[in-house]
Design a protein around this ligand. Sequence first.
Ligand code: AHR
Length: 537
Amino acid sequence: MRRREFLSTSLATAAMSLVPRTSRAADGLVEVLVDEPIGTIAPEIHSHFVEHLGGVVYDGIWVGNNSKIPNIGGIRKDIVDHMRQLQAPVVRWPGGCFADSYNWRDGIGPRDKRPTRTNFWANDPPLWRAPDGPQKYEPNTFGTAEFMRFCQLCGCKPYLAANVRSLSPMDYDQWVEYCNSPAGSTTLAGIRASDGSKDPFNVTYWGIGNESWGCGGDFRPEQYVVEFRRFISWVPNYGLKLRFIASGPGMAIDDPQVNWTRGLFQELVAKNTDLLNRVFGLSLHYYCWTAGKGQSLDFTVEDWYQVLWQSDLMDSLLTKQWLAMGEFDPEHKVKMVVDEWGAWHHGSAIDPRFLFSYVPSLRDALVTGITLDIFNRHADKLAMCNVAQLVNCIHTPFLALEDRFAATTIFHVFDMYQSHKGGQSLRFVSDAPRISYGSNGSFWGLAGSASLHDKTLVITVVNPHVSMARNTEVSLRGASARSCRVTVLTSSDIHAHNDFDNPGAVVPQPEPADVSGPSFVWTFRPASVTKLEIDLA
Ligand code: AHR
């Protein structure tokens, strides 16, 4: 961003924050239709993703037992503490593209006897040019038992992605056996016990491959379904209900890739429709980015809106996928699982070995708010969503390098939105003047979501405008506010970010709120994510 542009944005923002809250006529509307429920918001839409990619596992999560960095059995304590704060429901592992190159047997048994392998990502040019390390040559120190320990410490459920490209259904069956066979029952249960867990891990979420149209095997949908059937048919379940997730398409801004979905579902129902009862979800991936240089911290106002606009396309992409699924599954037995999403920027890598890492800014906080609001509004269709990826990577809630650690702007939005989890999503209507940007771009002026939790209504709203506050009439159709607590995440600088030098630069702040009744006026700050927690009369 040019200095002049930055200064004018900052000054305008500062001026707007001085505007008394109700002195202007409303230029925005938020309406919550309390008597129009959409569906329960699955807590699992707040789930995460860990891949053996760059600095995610080494040294984001795994620092080793002998490390001076505070750790619990080799696992970075700061991450565990923050994951507990988020009450994160599920973590997906070990990839991503890595999953379809991973032999789970390499990561079991005594750590000092495990083989070192070339990581799937080693040849990616920036990593290839970086110094050698576990990011390039996988030491397998962090294997299934270590991942399970990580999940247990964080209070999360595991979601494992099976290797469909380069392992067989028999290998998959035996991974399930290693994880789930009863204590003392099998040779693999014995190895699991020596790896620290006599009791089974009881893994229920299983992804059958990853991006099977690409790095997961370059399949056509009709070929993939053959593999999918082989993997899920007759797999030992040890009395558990296994939840199989089929590899769906990678959605692009100009193409939801519904042809993959149609091809997959057509073949799923070809033999009989019973197979649909055994598919828990369809995995969908969607990343947004800026055209051009796409730097995470060096961007213009136009880049700001462009990324927010791209993130908002998730809304229509989900609707298009749902319609395509419904052509073959009219009862919608299969739900959507968005198990990779986020803003993928370049630059500001915190270490050259940490492929795809960048420092997220306030812009990425708004991407998070926009996306979680979309997920809430599609609560009836979504079973799980996993932000990519947990630490030192794309759209990352955490940064960690040696003994330094920071919770990013993204973490704080997840924390704020926790209040929606498990609530009843309600129809949410908003309006505000559209924003024009660049030569012909335009973007909505306000959006958000709402959920009901007994007598508490939670509303979250994103104001994307870089400098204009929105004086907004908030109207509760079918309810009346008694009191309200407000939390806002914003900054006068749209490039603001948390990093190792300044980990608390952008944190949510409470705002005094004296509002009541079925409708009231609230001023949503520029470039902000706001949460209103309303006690209903
Ligand atoms: O998250 C990074 C990569 O993006 C994943 O490995 C892959 O599934 C996707 O293409």
